[in-house]
Design a protein. Structure first.
Length: 566
């Protein structure tokens, strides 16, 4: 940790050539390396879109909405930040153009500018610089990722603000990292540096000279390539860092450390701190890459599976659960609409099934059919948010005999609204930021699986939903055998449910994936992965029993989709 007299240091991460190169993972990896050196680090995201936050965006456009403890709906990169630096973030860590302009217009209407003409410079850029400084207290280093790509008109105010910021704090207190692409052209068998050169030239035209270049590439950047990049981009060769695909994103800090990226950062920022001890992180990465207890196949049946980033935290939390169980986790993503067409029998070949959150009626009947099949065939089940609500609806229909049961969200005329709006939500008209958001306490009932898994009688978890379990039906559901293992402290709201006569059937109204970290796996995900591992023998036995006499039982079918965390 630095001396109290040492000023806060600022690192700005920009991107060029194309989007989705991995600025968020790079920023998070730098953060991890600096944390391992004993520094107090925080990371923020500046997003150039005009939405105040991503809460009203389609998951197909922007991926997952990540929710912080204080109820902020933020960019999914904040999930990476929290998972890598192991620190809970807040609303202050995500700033959009929409929020900047909203704050400025509020001040202008209030008369704060004393008659001045409100302009991009200095008012917008000053607001952005204030957002960067806001995180300085209690932190040695503030890392800021600038969303978008250099050359986009939307990001110009942010780039101008950080250009000014260096003038304000000095080169020894600020550092620019630029992430670019060095594509490999198969036809010629060459790596091409021209896109990186053009990207840096674009940045120079704005007045920013990058201090470090992180180059995404399919092939090794040999010394000649690095020399060429360094020469044309005016960067020391030792500060041209290679970034190739890795087996797991948690391996990236190790590859950056091997190239002494953190040493170069500490040199420029004059941070006299010890080298990082990455032994625990290395051991964790090794458990992901080389699990000792084999692998499990998990199926996620959701509404937005065409874009896996819509469930990014779930994918990572499943990896974390595997770390603790020393089990590899392979995930296959199934659209719930596909289940409506083909039925749910396909889940029999999986070791566990997860139904995540979502909004709107599309695909819900596929989720309900999935839950019914899982419950009846005793397959490990983990429901999250909408996954809990589907479990309630299915149970009410098929166990309790309430055949018309539904959620008020999907059928406002249902005779049995087992999922409904609370009175506090009935008068809400604005969509953004008005759901039940952020961390809320939950009381765990004695003698339940939830209580055993958590090892605590009260927990705190993050929420993002508008509809709740209707309290009028709790007695009926409990009479059918459903246990409400987690409730709000006043007992009014259902937070968790389970079926005690099932190998593993747990659902939560909250989003446990948002608090899972690789070095601190969420207990529910760990328990789910262990339950899936227990089912492997059942699936293997069923495969043998169903084989024709004399036929060779093949290996399990190849899992489509991605290896979670890969």
């Amino acid at each position: 940790m630095t001396d109290n007299k040492t000023p806060t240091k600022y690192i700005f991460v920009t991107g060029g050539v194309v989007s989705s190169l991995g600025k968020g993972i790079t920023a998070a990896s730098i953060g991890r390396l600096l944390v391992e050196r004993g520094l107090r680090v925080t990371i923020q995201k500046f997003d150039p879109y005009l939405n105040v936050d991503p809460g009203t965006m389609s998951p197909f456009q922007h991926g997952e909405v990540y929710v912080t403890d204080d109820g902020a709906e933020t960019d999914l990169d904040l999930g990476h930040y929290e998972r890598f630096i192991d620190e809970s973030l807040s609303q202050a860590n995500n700033v959009t153009t929409g929020r900047v302009y909203q704050d400025i217009i509020t001040k202008e209407r209030r008369g704060d500018f004393l008659g001045a003409t409100v302009q991009v410079i200095p008012h917008v850029t000053d607001e952005i610089k204030t957002a960067a400084r806001r995180l300085a207290p209690n932190h040695d280093v503030v890392i800021t990722e600038i969303g978008g790509t250099v050359g986009d008109i939307e990001s110009l105010p942010f780039l101008e603000a950080i250009r000014q910021f260096r003038q304000d704090v000095g080169r020894e207190n600020s550092l620019f990292v630029h992430l670019t692409l060095v594509p490999y052209i198969a036809a010629s068998g060459e790596l091409k540096t021209k896109p990186t050169q053009h990207s840096v030239r674009e940045l120079l035209g704005i007045g920013i000279q990058p201090d470090i270049l992180v180059c995404r590439a399919e092939r090794v950047l040999d010394e000649d390539i690095k020399k060429k990049i360094a020469r044309f981009c005016n960067v020391d060769m030792a500060r041209v860092i290679e970034s190739r695909d890795v087996e797991t994103i948690y391996e990236l800090p190790l590859t950056y450390r091997a190239q002494q990226l953190d040493d170069r950062i500490c040199e420029q920022l004059r941070l006299d701190v010890a080298a990082p001890d990455l032994s625990e992180w290395e051991a964790m990465v090794d458990r992901i890459k080389n699990p000792k207890d084999g692998r499990v196949r998990i199926c996620v049946v959701g509404k937005y599976t065409e874009l896996i980033d819509a469930y990014k935290s779930i994918a990572e939390a499943l990896v974390h659960g595997g770390i603790e169980a020393d089990v590899g986790v392979d995930v296959e993503w199934w659209s719930s609409e596909r289940v409506e067409e083909q039925g749910a029998d396909f889940v029999d070949r999986f070791h566990g099934v997860l139904v995540p959150g979502g909004f709107g009626q599309r695909g819900v009947s596929g989720m309900l059919e999935t839950v019914r099949h899982i419950r009846e065939n005793r397959i490990p089940y983990f429901g999250i948010c909408l996954g809990l609500q589907c479990a309630i609806i299915e149970f009410a229909r098929n166990v309790c005999g309430l055949k018309t049961s539904h959620s008020f969200e999907f059928d406002k005329g249902t005779a049995d609204p087992v999922i409904s709006l609370l009175d506090s939500q009935r008068q809400v008209t604005d969509m953004g930021g008005t759901m039940r958001l952020g961390a809320y306490p939950c009381r765990l009932e004695e003698g339940t699986l939830a209580r055993r898994v958590y090892g605590a009688d009260e927990i705190s978890e993050r929420h993002r939903h508008r509809y709740e379990v209707n309290p009028e039906y709790r007695k009926t559901l409990a009479g059918g055998g459903m246990v409400f293992s987690g409730v709000s402290p006043d007992g009014e709201l259902v937070e968790m449910l389970e079926l005690p006569d099932h190998p593993f059937f747990v659902a939560t109204q909250f989003h446990p994936e948002l608090k899972s970290r690789p070095n601190k796996p969420h207990p529910l995900f760990s328990a789910f992965v262990r339950a899936a591992a227990d089912r492997r023998a059942v699936v293997a036995t069923a495969s043998v029993d169903s084989a024709e006499p004399g036929a060779k039982v093949s290996d399990p079918p190849t899992v489509k989709g991605i290896t979670a965390g890969g």
